[in-house]
Design a protein around this ligand. Structure first.
Ligand SMILES: C[S@@+](CC[C@H](N)C(=O)[O-])C[C@H]1O[C@@H](n2cnc3c(N)ncnc32)[C@H](O)[C@@H]1O
Length: 210
C-alpha cells in the first residue's frame, strides 16, 4: 500500500514539470533540470558561449539562450536534427559526439572558445543497468574530451552520467581537468533513475585547445 501511495506523488511531480514545460513552450521537461542546476550552481551567464551536447529536441538550448541573451551564442549538437529556434545566435549540428572529428567541427562553429559545455546526452536505454551505465560513461567521456578542446581556461562543464561502477572514475577524470567538481541530482529528475549530473568549474588548461 505504501508503495502505491508513493508512486502517484512522484508521477505527479513529473506530470507537473511536463505541464509547466508545455505552458512555457519549452521543448522538454528536461529544461527544468537545467534551470534547477543553473539556479543552484550558476552555470550560465549573459554573453556566454555555450555548447550543448545531446541537445535534441532543444529544451536546454531554450534555457541556455534565455540566460546568455543576444550577446552570447549557443551551439547544440545531436544525432537527431533539431527544429530551428527563432534566434540568430542559436545554431545546431547533426553529429555523433563520440566521433573524433566532432571537436574540430564544433570549434569551427563557435565565435570563440566556449565558456560552458553542457551534456544531457543519453544512450538509448536497453533496460540493462550495466550496459546503459557503460554507454553513458562513453558519452560523458566524449563530453569531457570535447570540453578539453573547446573550453576557455576557467570554463565550466555540466554532464549527465548514469551511476554505476565507473562513476567515481569519470568524476576523477573531471577532477584532473577542473578546479571544482560536484555531483547533483535535480528535482526534475526521476527519483529512481540512475542519472546524476557532474558539475565541473575552473577548467585548468588550454594545452589541448590549439
Ligand atoms: C535526454 S535527450 C536530451 C534532451 C535535451 N537536453 C532537451 O532538453 O531537449 C538525450 C539526447 O542525447 C542524444 N544522443 C545520444 N547519443 C548521442 C551521440 N553519440 N551524439 C550526439 N547526441 C547523442 C539523443 O539523440 C537525445 O536527443
Amino acid at each position: 500500500m505504501l508503495g502505491t501511495a508513493k508512486q502517484p506523488r512522484r508521477e505527479r511531480k513529473l506530470e507537473h514539470f511536463y505541464r509547466k514545460a508545455k505552458e512555457l513552450k519549452l521543448r522538454s521537461r528536461a529544461a527544468f533540470k537545467l534551470k534547477q542546476l543553473d539556479n543552484r550552481y550558476n552555470m550560465l551567464r549573459r554573453g556566454d558561449v555555450v555548447v550543448d551536447l545531446g541537445a535534441a529536441p532543444g529544451g536546454w538550448l531554450q534555457v541556455a539562450r534565455e540566460k546568455v541573451g543576444r550577446e552570447g551564442a549557443v551551439l547544440g549538437v545531436d544525432l537527431q536534427p533539431i527544429a530551428k529556434l527563432p534566434h540568430e545566435n542559436v545554431k545546431t549540428l547533426v553529429a555523433d559526439i563520440t566521433d573524433p572529428s566532432v571537436p574540430d567541427l564544433i570549434r569551427q562553429n563557435l565565435p570563440r572558445q566556449a565558456d560552458v559545455v553542457l551534456s544531457d546526452a543519453s544512450p538509448k536505454i536497453s533496460g540493462v543497468w550495466s550496459v546503459d551505465h557503460i554507454r553513458s560513461i562513453d558519452l560523458a567521456r566524449a563530453a569531457l574530451a570535447i570540453a578539453e578542446r573547446v573550453l576557455t581556461p576557467g570554463g565550466k562543464l555540466l554532464v549527465k552520467v548514469f551511476q554505476g561502477e565507473l562513476f567515481e572514475k569519470i568524476v576523477g577524470e573531471a577532477r584532473e581537468r577542473f578546479e571544482l567538481v560536484k555531483v547533483s541530482k535535480p528535482l526534475a529528475s526521476r527519483k529512481g533513475s540512475a542519472e546524476v549530473y557532474v558539475i565541473a568549474k575552473g577548467f585548468k588548461t588550454t594545452q589541448k585547445s590549439s
